[in-house]
Design a protein around this ligand. Structure first.
Ligand SMILES: Cc1cc2nc3c(=O)[nH]c(=O)nc-3n(C[C@H](O)[C@H](O)[C@H](O)COP(=O)(O)OP(=O)(O)OC[C@H]3O[C@@H](n4cnc5c(N)ncnc54)[C@H](O)[C@@H]3O)c2cc1C
Length: 299
């Protein structure tokens, strides 16, 4: 059934029963039936063609830094951009970059070219594509602020350009989350700035992350979306839940907005902890916390 994939992918680009612990920042998750690693956009187009012809279900991952994969794993195919699709060019205030490039690397490249606007992205793990899909943001900045155009590819191999409005960016959301289009590249518009000042701002933000976030443990970043009028960390901390664990999943002592994997956490541990927090917050504050992390795989 998968023989056709070997016509255009090397054996190293195809993994069966792929352990999703190896492919997510949470280091949690059962096996994906098959995981493929496209090396370029042509590979991606052919993989999508394969999935369409079969038909075969797929999910797309950038670097897996905002996902929790359930313990039973993922039925169907995971297409992981990972380290691929990372070409970029900078001309004046415009950056053209493919979706697989690491967001942090892009922010540093922008700084080296004295371009301001991506400072907020320092330290946000993951790819440009994932950041656009999530409209990732921090410290009063978000991807929406710098996007000029997003280039999407649909399952039938058609490209479509999306301007900022068409991308429908919202709080940690965009049109690219509905799965109809994969982000393959984008044009960002940045402003001229002072290289040293930009780098210093980024260094500052990196230090704040180091001090406030549990970067020494696997996680998927903030577990919950911020509910209107509240900050998640203090809300959870106020319930005495800092350090509270279920199995190997723990509410970080450093930042209650993060659930961390203390070592051997199962996805179920994390899900049970999420439900426990949701229930207490609902009971005590009447607030409905919604996960920011994407929970994937077989229930
Ligand atoms: C320690 C830590 C700190 C973090 N801090 C922040 C923060 O400050 N701000 C913030 O916003 N996030 C933060 N995150 C979460 C995460 O880093 C971001 O959401 C990131 O942008 C996800 O990128 P990714 O490539 O890993 O996406 P993935 O986790 O692989 O995917 C996330 C979602 O995007 C979709 N997606 C991925 N790539 C594409 C693509 N090319 N086209 C279409 N859809 C795609 C996936 O299908 C999935 O639904 C943090 C995570 C960690 C572990």
């Amino acid at each position: 059934m998968f023989a056709k994939l070997y016509d255009f992918l090397t054996p190293e680009q195809i993994q069966f029963n792929a352990d999703m612990k190896q492919h997510t920042s949470f280091k949690i998750g059962g096996p994906a039936d098959i995981l493929v690693l496209p090396a370029c956009i042509t590979d991606l187009v052919k993989i999508l063609e394969f999935c369409r012809e079969k038909p075969f279900p797929y999910v797309l991952l950038g670097q897996g830094s905002n996902v929790l994969v359930r313990d039973k794993g993922i039925r169907g195919m995971v297409i992981k951009l990972g380290d691929a699709l990372k070409q970029f060019s900078i001309s004046g205030g415009e950056i053209y970059a493919e979706a697989g490039i690491s967001l942090s690397k892009l922010a540093r490249e922008a700084a080296e070219h004295s371009l301001s606007g991506l400072e907020f992205a320092e330290g946000i793990p993951g790819s440009l594509g994932g950041a656009l899909a999530m409209n990732a943001g921090a410290y009063q900045g978000e991807m929406k602020d710098v996007v000029h155009q997003v280039i999407g590819l649909d399952g039938a191999g058609n490209y479509k350009m999306f301007n900022k409005v068409e991308s429908q960016f919202g709080y940690r959301s965009s049109i690219f989350q509905d799965g109809a289009y994969i982000v393959v590249a984008a044009r960002l518009h940045l402003k001229p700035g002072q290289r040293d000042q930009i780098l210093s701002t980024m260094q500052n933000l990196a230090q704040q992350r180091q001090e406030k976030q549990p970067l020494e443990y696997p996680s998927a970043g903030s577990t919950f979306r911020r509910p209107p009028g509240f900050y998640v960390g203090p809300l959870i901390e106020g319930l005495g839940l800092k350090g509270f664990s279920i199995g190997g999943a723990q509410v970080s002592i450093k930042h209650a907005g993060f659930i961390i994997n203390k070592g051997q956490a199962s996805a179920q541990d994390v899900i049970d902890l999420i439900r426990h927090i949701q229930q207490l917050v609902r009971e005590q504050h009447g607030v409905e916390l919604k996960p920011e992390i994407k929970i994937l795989g077989e229930e």
